[in-house]
Design a protein. Structure first.
Length: 138
């Protein structure tokens, strides 16, 4: 499930950006398929960082993750022109840094943690020796 939608991109940066990055055939609007694929790819990348720390899929998506998804998706839209490229790549880099921090546990979201995967303390069962005095005489 994508963490953001095309409307989130429009709400944050306006529709002109989408029209310039992913124009449709007639040039009057944006190519919804390209944008949807970029959002899906960005969401998959985010899941890689969040998996293991948070129970997926998230019941609610915090605004910071919507913003990260938008910025990652914009960076994933193929484009021919360099216009806005530096700013878009900078935002995508910042989103990836946020995700790395979440994956490492340096930053935390107020969300349900992922179930433990084990790896806790190792317990040994050391039954009593059947020989009087144990094996100390050997």
């Amino acid at each position: 499930m994508p963490y953001a939608a095309a409307q989130d991109i429009i709400d944050r940066y306006g529709d002109d950006l989408l029209y310039s990055l992913a124009p449709d055939q007639d040039g009057e609007t944006y190519d919804a398929e390209i944008v949807a694929q970029a959002l899906a790819d960005a969401s998959e990348e985010m899941d890689l960082s969040l998996r293991g720390r948070y129970r997926l899929p998230l019941a609610t998506v915090p605004g910071v993750l919507v913003r990260a998804c938008v910025d990652l998706a914009l960076g994933l839209i193929p484009r021919n022109a360099a216009e806005d490229g530096d700013l878009i790549q900078k935002r995508a880099k910042q989103a990836r840094e946020l995700l790395r921090g979440l994956a490492r546990g340096d930053q935390k979201l107020d969300l349900e943690a992922a179930p433990s995967q084990g790896g806790g303390d190792i317990l040994y069962d050391n039954p009593p020796s059947p020989w009087p005095g144990g094996l100390e005489g050997f």
